[in-house]
Design a protein. Structure first.
Length: 444
């Protein structure tokens, strides 16, 4: 077993009050209260040959490529870590500041205060990455596989067959709980990286304008209490596009109930308990052998299902803030002569952590069904998958889900400048071709 090195750090990123909140589409609800702090965390892993990967975790709904790509470029340039091995992952808390403003369908200009926060956030992310680099030390890296039941599928079919927002215990969700325990060989510091896929949408249900890391923050705090103050617990969001916290599921009524302040505590504590039990089981010591590849596949849009200009003119005259912003943007866009996009270049990548240990990352809000597909394409039943990477917004359904409709397939596309129509069949084939190409690059 050869010696690996790693370094890690974290920094607070809580925004000032008054910024528009995230996870609400192009609405502009200002934050008025801080319930708990937001943070950004970084870990650098280095194998015995000096190959490195950098993972950044941010309490944020996401970032647009306008900000994320220059940030990743700077992180690569300042650390010397290849761009394809630099990962930005967003917890997707709906109780943080609005992220990725540039990708929202709204005619309103970006608030200067939000622009200032984005600049501050990027500086903080750079600082935390450099701090992680400065703490590189010999470590042992142990992988653990567990499971958690804190999430449940949120795409429920009603009596009419129409897909709506409701708990579906038979629907796809990934119980996989993946951990690596990175421990300094001198017995001092330690970093536990954990990944699970579930929407952090509890807090804004009872505190619409309050800032919080939601259940991932509770989970991290619980782990610090249980494992020790010298342990950094770093959350990486999984494939959570159609997964909500099970604690809110009213299965008898077929709906999600209104949340309460006890719910993020329940969910975060339960997830922390699952992590601790997994760490007490048998792990696999990893001999790091790091390589990375990234690319984009073209996700086609269905040009035949784009609402007419009259539809958007009606919305533009609405009293509802969300509809008014959507209508105003798409009327202006279509009348300017710039048509809706034909396809979305969707970022994806692969990381080899060790022999037989690969991680697939995918941008945006990836639905749980993608894990089964990518594992099958790559013939890798042990593959780990992360969503919400690099560019944090926009839902990614599979071909099989398109006929079902529902929020993630239809309505949500109108919120982004890459909409407003749904995706067209061909997603699977395009993604498969790109992932197979990335796998060949790793083999080379």
């Amino acid at each position: 077993m050869t010696t690996a090195r790693a370094g890690w750090a974290e920094i607070e990123t809580t925004p000032p009050l008054g910024l528009p909140m995230g996870g609400r589409g192009p609405r502009f609800t200002p934050g008025r209260e801080i319930l708990d702090p937001l943070i950004a965390q970084a870990i650098v892993l280095e194998d015995s040959r000096g190959n490195r990967t950098l993972w950044i975790s941010v309490d944020l709904v996401g970032l647009s490529p306008v900000i994320a790509e220059p940030l990743r470029y700077d992180l690569s340039a300042l650390t010397g870590i290849p761009l394809e091995a630099v990962i930005l992952n967003y917890s997707h808390t709906h109780s943080g500041p609005m992220g990725g403003f540039e990708g929202y369908a709204t005619p309103l200009p970006k608030p200067p205060e939000l622009h200032a926060y984005d600049e501050s956030l990027c500086r903080n992310i750079i600082h935390v990455a450099l701090a992680a680099m400065e703490t590189l030390q010999p470590v042992a890296v142990t992988e653990y596989r567990g499971a958690s039941a804190v999430g449940i599928n949120r795409r429920r079919k009603g009596p009419s067959g129409k897909t709506g927002m409701g708990p579906d215990p038979d629907g796809a969700h990934n119980p996989d709980l993946w951990l690596i325990d990175v421990a300094a060989l001198d017995g001092g510091d330690r970093c536990v990286v954990f990944s699970y896929g579930c929407h952090p949408v509890i807090v804004y249900g009872y505190a619409w304008d309050s800032i919080s890391a939601d259940f991932p923050g509770v989970c991290r705090a619980t782990l610090k209490s249980e494992l020790g103050a010298n342990v950094q617990s770093q959350f990486i969001q999984g494939l959570a596009g159609n997964v909500r916290p099970r604690v809110l599921a009213d299965l008898n009524q077929g709906r999600f109930r209104k949340s309460s302040p006890a719910d993020p505590v329940t969910t975060g504590t339960e997830l922390a308990g699952d992590i601790i039990r997994t760490l007490r089981g048998n792990g696999t010591r990893l001999d790091l052998d790091i390589a990375a590849a990234q690319g984009r596949f073209l996700a086609p849009r269905d040009q035949g299902k784009i609402p007419s200009a009259d539809h958007w003119r009606t919305l533009a005259g609405s009293d509802d803030e969300l509809n008014r912003n959507l209508g105003g943007y798409w009327v202006e866009r279509l009348e300017s002569g710039i048509p809706p996009v034909k396809a979305v270049p969707w970022p994806v990548g692969l990381i080899r952590l060790a022999e037989g240990r690969r991680i697939a990352w995918i941008a945006g809000e990836v639905l749980a069904e993608w894990l089964r597909l990518v594992r099958a394409w790559l013939n890798d039943p042990d593959l780990i998958a992360w969503g919400y990477c690099q560019e944090g917004r926009g839902y990614l359904p599979t071909d099989e889900l398109l006929p079902e409709g529902g929020y993630e397939v239809d309505r949500a596309n109108t919120y982004t400048t890459t909409g407003p129509g749904p995706f067209a069949e061909g997603l699977n084939a395009s993604a498969r071709q790109t992932f197979l190409s990335l796998a060949r690059q790793l083999q080379a």
